[in-house]
Design a protein around this ligand. Structure first.
Ligand code: M3L
Ligand code: AKG
Ligand code: FE2
Length: 405
């Protein structure tokens, strides 16, 4: 069944000798110190470090980290998974020195570190969160006393950037102060974090209340809390704002932790929470102004959770840009509106509102998959510049610093 395998690339015979080749039956159970293995009909059962894992046999062959199966330099799989016999079972197993050794019918030997298995198994993953977060309302955020980064150190010192990214991951917002009030400096601060995501608004944008675009953002009107670019299938991961100038009144920025509100909903009204994770909703951006012709549409539920651990990872909430609901029957529409109302009530709880007046020099990074922003109406000339980032790039940067993201 592994006829295409190159025998010379198989695991060293040293390991092979450790494994008794069992022709007629497979040993049922092995125990050593804190680990125990059982070969069940459809999977291998491994007890290790307080976790009981059920590891599918094809999976065990597929995730083999031998040189033959996996390229450790590129971190890519060499093995053609489609060539694995779907009925495969190991013909020999052994627990040795914190490792699980498996011999396959073609004599190939797979050697798993038990800690690697407990970290990477379904059971292990179910227990852990993908991204640790500190959910906040205005009081808890203020009490946390999260310090902003300062421009000089932020631009030159990696530990300051790392701390900034940690704050961003935990709270979904992070500030840099003392930034020169220019688009160029704002761009430099952003580039220090990651790649800028160009959209129809430009790469770096600078806007004021001139209705140059067909969107309320380009007015002096108040904007209720929302996430941006809900009309993309992948909404932008981060929004960066820098207020370069404001000669007038009002115009404060509103920030609300959408996950704090959504978790309240999950506690108080689990059915409504679940409905919001299941009903796909359209958001649209239709623009016909001057030279601008845009028609964007994104479809996705208001809340999305990882299926294996139910951890929330995105909220799309923009009542301005939400499009026609016509994909669900009326009785579900009614329940959806009830659920939307419950979530909205929580999002609008004044205790959850963090109001800040952005002023020249302060750049704010907002997790647009989690934290909502809005603004108070204003008078006078107000100029805001900023840009969007893609979430994957920012998370990658954070992981590069060893942060859990
Ligand atoms: C930020 N900037 C002014 C460039 C664009 C604003 C986009 C506004 C849009 N309604 C949305 O919520 O996505
Ligand atoms: O003007 C503001 O403070 C923010 C407007 C807004 O929501 C946006 O540009 O995305
Ligand atoms: Fe916005």
């Amino acid at each position: 069944m592994y006829s295409s395998f190159n025998r010379s690339l198989r695991a060293a015979p040293k390991h092979a000798q450790l494994l008794k080749r069992v022709k007629t039956h497979v040993p049922r159970a092995y125990k050593n110190q804190s680990a125990a293995v059982n070969l069940l009909d459809h999977c291998l059962e491994l007890h290790y470090n307080g976790t009981s894992m059920h590891l599918n046999y094809v999976w065990l062959r597929d995730h083999c980290r031998s040189d033959f199966s996996f390229n450790a330099k590129t971190n890519q799989r060499n093995l053609d998974s489609a060539s694995i016999d779907l009925g495969i079972r190991p013909v020999g197993t052994e627990l040795e020195d914190g490792h699980l050794l498996l011999r396959w019918p073609d004599d190939h030997v797979t050697r798993y570190n038990l800690s690697w298995l407990s970290e990477n198994s379904y059971e292990g993953k179910r227990k852990s969160t993908v991204q640790p977060r500190m959910l906040w309302n205005s009081e808890t955020y203020s009490k946390a006393n999260v310090l902003p980064a300062k421009w000089d150190k932020f631009m030159s010192c990696d530990s300051v950037l790392k701390q900034f990214l940690q704050n961003y991951l935990l709270y979904g917002i992070a500030f840099v102060q003392d930034v020169p009030a220019t688009v160029e400096a704002t761009e430099a601060v952003t580039n220090r974090v990651s790649l800028i995501r160009e959209t129809t608004y430009g790469r770096m944008w600078c806007f004021t209340s001139d209705f140059s675009r067909g969107d309320t953002a380009y007015s002096q009107l108040a904007l209720d809390r929302h996430t941006d670019t809900s009309y993309f299938h992948e909404p932008c991961g981060i929004q960066v704002f820098h207020c370069l100038k404001h000669e007038g009144t009002g115009g404060r920025t509103l920030l609300v932790d959408g996950f704090y509100a959504a978790e309240k909903l999950r506690e108080q009204s689990p059915d409504s929470f679940e409905l919001l994770t299941q009903i796909p909703i359209k958001h649209e951006y239709v623009e016909n102004t001057g030279d601008h012709r845009n028609h964007m549409r994104g479809i996705g539920p208001l809340l999305e959770v990882y299926p294996w651990n139910k951890e929330l990872y995105i909220i799309r909430y923009n009542n301005y840009d939400r499009s026609v609901i016509n994909t669900i029957p009326h009785n579900v529409v009614q329940s959806w509106y009830v659920a939307h109302r419950e979530l909205t009530r929580e999002l609008r709880n004044p205790e959850n509102e963090l109001w800040v007046k952005l002023s020249p020099g302060t750049v704010v990074f907002i997790d647009n998959w989690r934290v909502m922003h809005g603004r108070e109406s204003f008078t006078g000339l107000r100029q805001l510049c900023g840009c969007y980032l893609t979430r994957d790039d920012v998370l990658s940067k954070a992981r590069g610093f060893g942060l859990q993201a």
